[in-house]
Design a protein around this ligand. Structure first.
Ligand code: K7E
Ligand code: CUA
Length: 658
């Protein structure tokens, strides 16, 4: 343990090499008795929906718990050829940013919307870590409904964490950078002078969920890592873990590990909100995309916002306070009562637990240890409730069971440790396979956890599964935590790299008005084709619009002639089905994007620019009926300048041309 308190990087590396991802207990497997706890019989539903971040896949996956069955993969900050997401004309604007079309991101955290501190099953939010963005997924459609880019930020890691009524979802910048309106073309080693942090407060409309960048707090230049909103008595406050208070810009593994303590930043957001309402915010120029998916036109729109309201925290004495927290804190988690704030120093050999009441008393009595760039630093001891001693190595994240216990993940020592919040005593520990990151208990970050299962999301799988070349799937491990001792009951691979995940009781989502199909009669898409009789092909210059329908088992039209090289062809395909779970696909030879997958009642557009003359078959990609394989057609492409007339048909030969 001593070794970890040393600031020598060599010592840290030695410890990491000694302990990280070292297979131990590799023979461990669950007994038949334990496996039965995770068994969900064929045809039966799971108890929970589990929403899992995909990390560098840019997606979110949906599993059932306790079975670990994969139910769905939702493209969020990613294109998905399976669904045509990001390839269809309707969905491309979702991935627009101030940098243009950015079809990828790094999604670390999920945040389910809450009402009164409990999961309400309406939306799940996600962060894009690279080109800073926030996404909202609608849990009626399991589709990404909105993406908001964040200005003045880089690496939106400390996000998307929400308040107990989803008043705000916050987004703290991981990299401090010069503000967007300032010239960023400065020497990197001018960090201390030019680099600033920004925390975004994004409001969420109660009914529609629509996000709005309400205001930003401009802070000293540090790295924001994670955050949690206060709840109950601490509602109105937010807590952020910060590292690199050394303000290093190079070799951070050494240079940002110099100080014995970094900070947790406590933010009185109700106060900040008052200042904003009183007109104290500064309007700052910034360009950031706001993309929304309109369900009645089934089309996304991207709008470029022009300004943001900013409060510089230095100018207000009562918004922000720093609390020292041992070495490079990662997780910063608030217990269900809102009284205890748990910091997790990645390089610390203890877990500090802060008290909200003591933080308030410290502020009232000005129990400060000087300031950091003009922001008061509360004395460590006056904010501290106590420390969990020798819990393990490399604490990262903590979840709660609502019964007075906390569960912390330890990356380096590969284990989950259960401890009591009141007396800070370790109660139980179980190994993970291997190098665990986040933990997730259904409702484990809310006021009302449901303490039955805990899932550990592991970074390294090594010998747990059949080898699949140099890369192995990451894994999730499910533990039964209903008793005093945690018990491993299931182990299953995940999509992408899982970071945080959350679960909700299945009924909340199943009964939230799940959309089974789009009503054709309410389809407001500008290129909808309401029935086969309306199918047609029109030409405006070199743009050709195909108003096409699909129904089991044909397209209308299915023969088109008169397309020329140099044309831009738009296939607007309307799925006429009005039955649950009957999508049709659409694909055409040589198209340089992906298929379309069109839901019942929906219209979706594929753009195709044929580059050579010839015969181009098209077909349905989704096995929709016994005669699915017959669901096909032909497009004839003639050379540019040819005089083949534009014709289209279904069920009869195209009139012969002489
Ligand atoms: Cu610990 Cu990005 Cu939440 Cu991963 S972070 S583990
Ligand atoms: Cu429609 Cu297969």
């Amino acid at each position: 343990m001593k070794i970890l308190q040393s600031t020598s990087i060599a010592a840290i590396i030695t410890v990491a090499t000694l302990y990280s991802c070292k297979p131990k207990n590799t023979g461990s497997a669950v007994s038949g008795d334990a496996a039965a706890k995770a068994y969900v019989a064929p045809g039966k539903y799971d108890e929970y929906y589990n929403f899992v971040s995909g990390g560098f896949s840019g997606q979110m996956s949906v599993y059932g718990l306790p079975s670990g069955r994969l139910l769905r993969v939702i493209p969020v900050f990613s294109v998905d050829p399976e669904k045509g997401w990001g390839y269809s004309e309707e969905t491309k604007p979702m991935l627009n940013t101030s940098h243009g079309f950015v079809p990828w991101d790094d999604l670390h955290h999920t945040e389910m919307s809450q009402t009164n501190g409990e999961i309400d099953g309406k939306w799940v939010f996600a962060n894009g870590n690279n080109t800073p963005r926030l996404a909202r997924i609608d849990l009626k459609t399991f589709r990404t409904a909105e993406i908001l880019e964040l200005p003045n930020s880089a690496g939106n890691h400390s996000s998307p964490f929400g308040t107990e009524n989803s008043e705000y979802i916050v987004a703290g910048t991981r990299f401090s950078v010069p503000s967007d309106e300032d010239n960023g073309d400065v020497a990197i080693n001018s960090y201390k002078k030019n680099f600033k942090g920004h925390i975004s407060f994004v409001s969420v409309a109660k009914e529609t969920g629509e996000m709005k960048l309400a205001f930003q707090l401009k802070t000293p230049g540090v790295n924001f890592d994670l955050a949690r909103a206060g709840k109950g008595k601490s509602h109105g406050w937010f807590f952020f873990s910060c590292y690199n208070t050394e303000q290093a810009s190079t070799l951070l593994e050494v240079n940002a590990s110099q100080k014995d303590k970094d900070f947790i930043m406590a933010v009185n957001w109700k106060k900040a909100e008052e200042y904003i309402k009183a007109g104290k915010g500064k309007k700052v120029k910034a360009k950031y995309a706001h993309n929304t998916f309109n369900e009645s036109t089934q089309t996304a729109n991207s709008k470029m916002e022009e300004e943001v309201l900013v409060l510089d925290v230095k100018e207000f004495k009562d918004i922000v306070y720093f609390i020292p927290c041992p070495k490079s804190p990662h997780g910063c988690d608030v217990d269900p009562t809102g009284e205890y704030i748990v910091g997790s120093g990645k390089l610390a050999a203890l877990i500090p637990v802060f008290s909200f009441d003591k933080i308030q008393q410290s502020i009232a009595s000005k129990s400060y240890d000087g300031d950091y760039e003009g922001i008061p630093v509360i004395k460590y001891e006056s904010a501290l409730y106590g420390e969990v001693k020798k819990p393990g190595l490399g604490p990262l994240h903590t979840e709660f069971d609502g019964k007075g216990n906390a569960y912390t993940s330890f990356f380096v020592s590969s284990e989950v440790v259960k401890w009591n919040i009141k007396d800070l005593k370790v109660l139980d520990r179980v190994p993970t396979y291997y190098s665990v990151g986040h933990l997730s208990i259904p409702g484990g970050n809310t006021k009302k956890p449901s303490p039955k299962y805990l899932v550990a999301y592991n970074k390294i799988t090594k010998d747990r599964y059949l080898p699949t070349g140099p890369e192995l799937a990451q894994s999730a491990q499910l533990y039964d935590i209903s008793g005093d001792k945690m018990q491993l009951i299931l182990d299953y691979p995940t999509i992408g790299e899982p970071h945080y995940a959350q679960s909700a009781p299945a009924d909340i989502i199943r009964n939230n008005g799940q959309l089974k199909l789009f009503k054709l009669a309410e389809n407001k898409h500008p290129y909808v084709t309401m029935g086969e009789a309306n199918a047609k092909v029109t030409r405006e210059g070199n743009k050709v619009h195909v108003y096409m329908t699909s129904i089991r088992s044909h397209f209308a039209p299915d023969n088109i002639e008169g397309i020329k090289v140099g044309d831009e062809v738009y296939f607007h395909v309307t799925n006429l089905e009005q039955d649950w779970d009957v999508p049709h696909g659409f694909a055409i030879k040589g198209a340089d994007n992906a298929e379309l997958l069109i839901m019942p009642g929906e219209t979706t557009t594929l753009k195709w620019v044929p580059k050579k003359a010839g015969m181009f078959p098209m077909y349905c990609t989704d096995f929709c009926s016994a005669l699915h394989q017959e669901m096909q057609g032909y497009i004839r492409v003639s050379p540019a300048g040819s005089n083949v007339p534009l014709t289209f048909s279904l069920g009869k030969a195209v009139p012969e041309t002489k």
